[in-house]
Every structure is written in C-alpha cells, then in structure tokens.
Design a protein around this ligand. Structure first.
Ligand SMILES: *[C@@H]1O[C@H](CO)[C@@H](O)[C@H](O)[C@H]1NC(C)=O
Ligand SMILES: *[C@@H]1O[C@H](CO)[C@@H](O)[C@H](O)[C@H]1NC(C)=O
Length: 297
C-alpha cells in the first residue's frame, strides 16, 4: 500500500518533471521592464482552454513559482494553460506602484502582462471568459493591480499575502528595500468607497463589472502586515457592492477563518492564524474559485 503510493507519487513526479516550462519570446509590444515568459501547455490541451497567469513573489521567477504554485499536474488532467512570467527589475518585484502601472494601458508591467495574455489567447484559442490571475506577495499585489486595470480581461483572481490595488501609489520602488513601507506595514487605512474610486480612476472609461476575488493572509505576517487583508476586502467589496456576510472558523483547515462577502461567489477572504509570509498556495481552492473544477469554496 505504502509502496504503491510511493511508486505512483514518484511516477507522477517523473511525468510532471518531464513536462518542462516552455519559453515564449514573441508576445509583442514594448517590454521596458524586460519581463520574461514561460508557459505550461499540457499535452491534453482543451480546444478552448482556460488560462491561469501565475505571478511569483519578489526575488522569484517563473521557474521558481512553477514549484511554489504548481498547477501543472492539474493542467495535464483538465487541459488548461498556465503562464509563469518573470520580473527582472527591482529585485524581481512586479511594478505595483508607478503611475504607468496603476493605469489601464499605462505601459508598465500590467500592460506587458496583458500583452502576454492576449498573445496566448490568440495562439491557443483560450476561452476569453476563463482567464485568471493568481500570485504570492508581490505577485498577489500584481493580481490586485491586474484585476483593477484589466477588469475586462480577467474573470477572477486568487491572492496570497499582498496588498490592495493602489496601496503602493507614490512609492519609489516595489521591493522590501526600495519601497515606501507605509503600505506593507499596514498603515494605510481607507474606506471601501475611497479604494473603489482609486481603482475606477485606473480605468476611467470602464463601466463593466469587476473580477471575482479570493484573498489569503497570515496573522503572523511581519513583512506585509495583516491589516492589508482588510484593505483588500474593503476595496473589492465596494467594487462588487457586496457586504460582509459571515465568518466560518477552521475553513478550509484548522486555524484558517473564511470571511464571506455577499453570497460568497464574488469575494472571499481567508485569515490564516499564526501563518507568516506567505500563506501557502491552496491550488485546489484556486481551481474551484476559478470554476475550473466543480464545487464551492
Ligand atoms: C526598475 O525599478 C526601479 C525602482 O527600484 C524604477 O525606478 C525603474 O523605473 C524600474 N525600471 C523599469 C524599466 O521599469
Ligand atoms: C481604519 O479607520 C476606521 C475609521 O476611522 C477605524 O474604525 C478602523 O479601526 C481603522 N482600522 C485600522 C486597521 O487602523
């Protein structure tokens, strides 16, 4: 029994590791911050696949994040594509702060990431209603920014240990050493309507709805402090016009508290007791939240 389990685990590992990420060079458009892109396209790609854009933390890379947030086995089973881009500037942090980043088609990382997405949509016939973003730390901050600046592109986001879109406005950089620490230290406290205005001002012509958001934070996070969870929840609850409904203890596991807004389909938070930076990726919840697998988070 144990032997069989070990064997199938090893076989699965060999199968997964045989499937390397594939570099992509020609997605088009200016690339001033020199982002890079690697993708995982399963052998069993669906004819009209979903796409997950998975964003690494500061100091990371697409390769690194494909281990931290490894959706490749599920991609193989379910036919979706995963894109693992890499930031190379400012200690490999995403630009979550510059005026060009916090603006639809402003030209910085969100625009470049959207250019990657649009290239993959065309090349692999991606289902435009099933494009998702996820990330950890700086990658979670960028998930917030992407959902704010390209709400018409992304259907949903999932986010580990980041900050609200716009929290880093005015910061001179994006890494722990180059940024203004006020936001990460949890000292920026705005109302939902104030956050919603900041987000709407990033894409003034946009009148549609905003992507669904699920976001996690640890109570013992002393790099990106826990008040940032509440700021994100205020931001997305105002954008979705859904209020706090209830908390559920020990969901999805002991020590985690699920924070439900509205009917739980548009906005969900998770506070992980005594978990530091960052909350581990919960890929089974991500896939459920995205609607790639069945069931409710
Ligand atoms: C690289 O990061 C620094 C902040 O640390 C920023 O001033 C500079 O504009 C960035 N360069 C590009 C090309 O994005
Ligand atoms: C944020 O401000 C509100 C209103 O002034 C206050 O009730 C709340 O306690 C503050 N939250 C934090 C984390 O400082």
């Amino acid at each position: 029994m144990v032997r069989n389990a070990l064997f199938s685990c090893a076989a699965a590992f060999l199968l997964a590791s045989a499937q390397a990420l594939e570099p992509v060079y020609n997605w088009g458009g200016p690339n001033p911050s020199n982002l890079q892109l690697e993708i995982y396209v399963p052998r069993n790609k669906a004819p009209n696949p979903a796409l997950i854009l998975a964003l690494h933390p500061c100091g990371g890379s697409g390769q690194q994040y494909s281990h931290q947030a490894d959706y490749t086995m599920e991609a193989e089973q379910l036919g979706f594509i995963v894109a693992y881009p890499t930031a190379t500037n400012d200690s490999n942090c995403w630009d979550n702060s510059s005026p060009r980043a916090l603006k639809h088609d402003g030209g910085s990382d969100p625009t470049i990431l959207n250019n990657m997405v649009q290239y993959l949509v065309g090349k692999y016939n991606v289902d435009k209603t099933r494009i998702f973003a996820t990330g950890s730390s700086s990658g979670c901050m960028m998930t917030n920014v992407l959902l704010a600046t390209y709400p018409d592109v992304f259907a949903a986001g999932s986010c580990y240990s980041g900050v609200a879109a716009g929290c880093l406005i005015g910061s001179p950089g994006n890494s722990p050493t180059t940024s203004d620490r006020t936001c990460a230290n949890g000292k920026i406290n705005k109302t939902g309507p104030e956050w919603a205005k900041i987000v709407r001002d990033m894409y003034p012509g946009y009148t549609g709805s905003y992507p669904r958001m699920m976001t996690f934070h640890g109570t013992a996070d002393n790099l990106v402090f826990p008040p940032n969870l509440d700021e994100q929840l205020k931001e997305w609850s105002a954008l979705h016009n859904v209020g706090f409904t209830m908390t559920a203890q020990n969901q999805p596991q002991p020590g985690y508290t699920k924070i439900v807004y509205g009917d739980g389909t548009k906005l969900m938070g998770f506070m992980a007791q005594n978990v530091g930076h960052t909350v581990p990726v919960h890929k089974e919840l991500d896939l459920m939240w995205f609607g790639i697998t069945q069931g409710r988070v």
